[in-house]
Design a protein around this ligand. Structure first.
Ligand code: HEC
Length: 169
């Protein structure tokens, strides 16, 4: 009697385990397959294209790389609680430094782009001010995370396209 019910209980447990394992496999499969997760979500890049000259594209991308470099400096300074370096680095990307892109180029950029770019520069201002006044690395980390959301928002909307040249290429 007891042995029988133990067996039933045991096999119910095995079935449940197998079912759970199968469910887990189905849920995790898309994330575990490297070929699938590395593939782009869509076949074509359908983000809105900003048509810029080669020189303008270079300027914009150069600013982007500066953003990333400053984020590196900030990320390296935070574990050391070196808030002076955080503030100094953030300030180089603040709104005081936002006028490197010539006005003819700015005129070509959509309002949403300009708003998001402005918001990122303002975030750097706030990061610099708070790093100095509060000196709280955790607070700064939260602000950096929030700002990265703005970087990602813009990257999700826009790509840069070069004007099509006559004669191919
Ligand atoms: C207002 C829009 C906007 C914001 C805000 C923005 N980016 Fe970009 N970024 C772009 C666009 C557009 C490209 C070019 C993407 C493309 O053509 O595929 C780009 C490209 C880049 C690149 C590639 C640079 C290269 O040399 O190819 C990096 C790195 C980058 N962004 C980092 C950042 C970081 C970090 C932030 C936030 C601090 C940020 N960006 C905020 C629009 C933005």
């Amino acid at each position: 009697m007891t042995r029988g019910s133990k067996l039933v209980r045991h096999s119910i447990r095995s079935v449940a385990l197998i079912a759970f394992g199968a469910l887990l496999a189905v849920i995790l499969a898309p994330f575990l397959d490297p070929a699938r997760s590395a593939a782009p979500a869509a076949a074509a890049d359908d983000r809105m294209a900003l048509v810029l000259t080669d020189a303008e594209r270079h300027l914009v991308l150069d600013e982007m790389r500066n953003f990333l470099a400053v984020l590196q400096t900030i990320s390296e300074a935070l574990p050391d609680e070196d808030m002076k370096s955080v503030a100094a680095a953030a300030r180089t990307m603040g709104s005081g430094a936002a006028n490197e892109i010539p006005s003819e180029t700015v005129a070509k950029l959509p309002d949403t782009f300009k708003q998001l770019a402005g918001a990122v520069h303002t975030s750097f201002d706030t990061i610099a001010l708070d790093a100095e006044s509060l000196g709280d690395p955790k607070h700064t980390m939260g602000q950096v995370g929030e700002m990265l959301g703005k970087c990602n928002a813009c990257h999700g909307i826009y790509q840069i396209a070069l004007p099509k040249r006559a004669g191919g290429g």
